[in-house]
Design a protein around this ligand. Structure first.
Ligand SMILES: Nc1ncnc2c1ncn2[C@@H]1O[C@H](COP(=O)(O)OP(=O)(O)OP(=O)(O)O)[C@@H](O)[C@H]1O
Ligand SMILES: [Mg+2]
Length: 370
């Protein structure tokens, strides 16, 4: 664990960048520092690897004061990734990634072997190995930055707005990749961003900082969304807090109705069985949804209503289920399995009941923690 204990950083000109900050950063998880520009995020990150020294307070790595550790070995145990990747422009991609292993005295061959392995891990095509950074897109360069930071297999990764210079689609891909890498490698990651959505998506724990380097709240994302500590945090979280919070509740427990499911070639008897449902969900021969039909009428494929976007109960959240119901012209969401076959349907009202029950449980949990 990295313990930041009552740390203050006052720069020489008197600027207080960080003010009595205390944080316990858990091992093998992503902790996000988020807050407006100038609130001391970069300063905090750089104090962890001693690129900046605190004015007061201390930082402890597994209980040991980092000031007692040689700076070199401390930094080797912490990969560092910055915006725009900060690659060496005159070195190939492979040699950029191999930089730290080479510094550690690995042979060229072993370092390059490790670099090639990491390219694959961060989703870079091996064909890019011999290129130079300027020959890569921004998103590819960021991946190289992550691979380079992972090269010596440090237990800690410090990441300062690593994805903020790329477009939203590429950014989403990089975020997903980071979550996958984290799940595989179990690194302790401290991640700085000013984007609260990125913080909520990536963070196991999120520290919201305010101007003057003061901590506003330190909590798991679902708790931030449920119970912002004050008006600043609430404002920072922005609109749709309630809807966004639904991303943290599974849709797996929703009761699904199967009676309205009918195949396109259903016979009269089968159609009669679903006659009580307000709508029928018509499926193809493999059970995949085709669209909605009204009961009591012959099924005609080209007269079906769009079934909206289905959700997967095992993997998707209540937010996806609600979204499916809102997008569906019937107000019912369609649940599908991994192969896209219909499992059942669920109404907005039933989803609403599940949301209220989930809120009740979350409220009780939050109460128990305090
Ligand atoms: N070397 C320095 N000397 C004096 N003041 C500094 C120095 N570095 C940073 N600061 C000031 O400290 C405060 C915090 O800066 P820091 O870079 O940590 O903020 P940040 O949260 O990373 O901001 P951003 O989101 O813009 O990157 C700012 O007011 C900044 O101007
Ligand atoms: Mg910064």
């Amino acid at each position: 664990m990295i313990r930041i204990d009552a740390v203050t950083k006052r720069y020489d000109d008197g600027t207080v960048a960080v003010d009595r900050l205390s944080l316990d950063i858990p091992d093998r998880a992503i902790t996000v520092l988020v807050g407006p520009s100038g609130c001391g995020k970069t300063t905090t990150l750089r104090m962890i690897n001693r690129m900046v020294e605190p004015t007061e307070g201390g930082i402890f790595l597994d209980g040991a004061d980092i000031r007692r550790q040689p700076v070199d070995s401390l930094r080797r145990s912490m990969g560092y990734v910055i915006q725009n990747a900060g690659l060496f422009q005159h070195r190939t991609i492979l040699d950029n990634i191999a930089t730290v292993p080479r510094l550690l005295g690995w042979s060229k061959q072993r370092a390059r072997g490790r670099a090639a392995e990491l390219m694959e891990r961060v989703g870079l095509d091996a064909a890019l190995a011999r290129r130079y950074p300027y020959q890569l897109s921004g998103g590819q360069q960021q991946r190289v930055g992550v691979a380079r930071a992972l090269a010596a297999d440090p237990p800690v990764l410090l990441m300062d707005e690593p994805f903020s210079a790329v477009d939203p689609m590429v950014r989403k891909g990089l975020q997903d990749e980071l979550l996958r890498i984290q799940a595989e490698l179990g690194k302790t990651i401290v991640f700085v961003t000013h984007d609260i959505d990125e913080a909520v998506k990536l963070g196991t724990m999120v520290a919201v900082l305010r101007e003057g380097g003061r901590l506003a709240q330190f909590a798991p994302p679902v708790e931030l969304l449920s119970a912002p500590a004050d008006a600043f945090v609430e404002d920072f979280l922005g609109a749709d807090r309630g809807i966004r919070r639904l991303s943290f509740f599974p849709s797996a427990g929703l009761p699904l109705e199967t009676a309205p499911l009918v195949p396109l070639d259903a016979d009269a008897e089968r159609l009669a069985a679903g006659a009580d449902a307000p709508y029928l969900l018509v499926t193809d021969a493999d059970g995949r949804p085709l669209g909605w039909a009204e009961p009591g009428r012959p099924l005609e494929r080209d007269r079906l209503l769009d079934h909206g976007r289905p959700f997967r109960p095992g993997t998707d959240s209540l937010r996806s289920a609600l979204d499916g119901a809102v997008l569906s012209p019937t107000g019912w969401a369609v649940a599908v399995d991994g192969e896209g076959r219909a499992l059942g349907v669920v109404s907005q009202r039933v989803i609403g009941d599940a949301i209220r029950a989930a809120h009740g449980r979350a409220g009780a949990d939050a109460g128990a923690v305090r």
